[in-house]
Write a protein that binds this ligand. Structure first.
Ligand code: TRP
Length: 453
């Protein structure tokens, strides 16, 4: 699709479906498959899911539309995009690029764990029915110095190869293959889990809210999760929006992407929690649900090994389609602003990410005594990015789009100068100018206090 308004050196999505799949690929990731079931388990199941939905409707759709519109309007990386609105805001984009860098460095370490578990499910290493034993093996693995770094390197390499191939030939092409496969696999696993005897307790736990369990802590956890899961607050969607042609219907895209993301998160919850309940395991096991409880359950089922394998392939696809968006944000900045070739930019940033990620991995074992603000390197990168920089980025996005770029200009861009319908424009204005910033400020203050306290 030729488009004279856009710089072809930067690349462009080949089709609308390609964009939707790439953006959903960014959104659907470890956040959906690992964090969502774990957090729902920890935060009261249905209560968490209900609050998640409310925040999704209030903030998720709002910011998704704001980011995509800002990206397409400016046709630039986050720093360039904010600068184009006003010179004094470019640092907001800088915070975003920094957040992306921090997230990817530890995200890739977890991606490496997923590759290791994929290998384990092929070699039969997961064929153990005792989750305690699996848990010990998992703990020993992630705290060891060599292996996790090796797998983190492989994960980083896969991410770099795709990003080097560019927008159409790398990101779009790979997500067009991975996402449909992912949808089929998550569906299969969820159906298998929900048909286990005793699964209904888990389904009920996830879907029936116990209102007494809605505490401030649950609300804050859900808000942070909406940001992380939808890839909002750091300019990933600004970057992906910058590769859009001027004809794409932005209000529609920014509805579809969060719906796909939430659908997959719910299916992941429906895959994991019923299985956990059917086997009387602990729904509060956090990340261990995925790496320990789940394989333990499947090892007891006919063809269980196959289901474990499918599950870890699915998690890997989700993780890669997200990690490429995180890397692309950093690469687009260096390519746009420093006029460096994509290959060079990706290689240098990739190696830097590998090194910092390796330090994060070591901080779980050999380097556990080294602390930044009281946190190990891994936890510092996770907390500092997901809990501080993302909400801060979202808050500033609302302020810049709502008050400086202006909602009229944003709506003009989002509706292709009035050509496509945006029925909820009135509500969106209120959300982006008032409700979004206030809601986010609340969570942000809480998170900072958590980090300092
Ligand atoms: N959304 C992804 C997940 O759920 C992670 C991710 C990718 C992300 N790009 C992002 C998070 C940008 C925040 C910002 O796993």
């Amino acid at each position: 699709m030729a488009n004279l308004n856009q710089n072809h050196e930067r690349g462009q999505w080949g089709s609308k479906l390609g964009f939707i799949l790439a953006a959903s690929g960014s959104a659907v990731g470890l956040g959906n498959l690992v964090k969502f079931p774990a957090m729902a388990g920890l935060n009261g199941g249905g209560a968490f899911v209900l609050v998640y939905f409310i925040i999704l409707f209030l903030v998720g759709f709002t910011l998704m539309l704001a980011e995509i519109a800002l990206g397409r309007y400016t046709g630039l990386n986050p720093i360039g995009a904010y600068r184009k609105i006003s010179k004094k805001w470019s640092w907001v984009g800088g915070l975003g690029v920094l957040a992306g860098f921090m997230i990817l460095s530890y995200y890739s370490v977890i991606g490496g764990w997923v590759i290791k578990y994929l290998v384990k499910s092929v070699t039969g290493g997961l064929n153990v029915s005792d989750p305690g034993m699996l848990g010990d093996a998992f703990g020993a693995f992630i705290t060891s110095p060599g292996e996790p770094i090796f797998y983190h390197g492989i994960f980083m390499l896969i991410t770099m190869i795709i990003v080097i191939k560019g927008i159409g030939g790398g990101i779009e092409k790979s997500t067009k293959l991975m996402m449909p496969a992912l949808f089929v696999m998550i569906f299969l696993i969820a159906v298998r889990a929900m048909t286990l005897p005793g699964a209904s307790a888990g389904i009920r736990y996830l879907l029936v809210p116990d209102f007494a369990k809605i505490t401030p802590g649950v609300i804050l956890a859900a808000l942070g999760q909406v940001f992380f899961s939808l890839s909002l607050g750091m300019g990933a969607m600004i970057t992906y929006g910058s590769y859009l042609d001027k004809k794409t219907n932005i209000p529609q895209s920014s509805t579809i992407i969060p719906l796909i993301d939430t659908g997959v998160a719910l299916l992941a919850g429906l895959a994991v929690l019923p299985a956990v309940f059917a086997y009387n395991l602990d729904p509060n096991a956090g990340i261990g649900i995925i790496f320990n409880s789940f394989p333990a359950i499947f090892s007891q089922l006919p063809m269980g090994g196959l289901f474990s394998l499918i599950f870890f392939v699915l998690v890997l696809f989700a993780a890669v389609s997200s990690s490429i968006s995180l890397l692309e944000v950093c690469v687009s900045y260096v390519v746009d602003e420093w006029k460096v070739k994509r290959l060079v930019a990706t290689s240098v940033i990739g190696v830097a990410l590998f090194l910092i990620g390796s330090a994060a991995s070591l901080s779980l074992g050999a380097w556990s005594d080294f602390k930044i603000l009281g946190l190990g390197i891994f936890d510092f990168l996770d907390y500092g990015s997901a809990n501080v920089l993302l909400p801060l980025g979202g808050l500033l996005l609302c302020i810049v789009v709502g008050w400086f770029w202006g909602t009229d200009n944003a709506i003009k861009e989002a509706t292709n100068n009035g050509e496509v319908e945006f029925k909820l424009a009135g509500a969106w204005i209120v959300l982006v100018k008032y409700i979004g910033p206030v809601a986010i400020a609340a969570v942000f203050i809480q998170k900072i206090m958590e980090l300092l306290g």
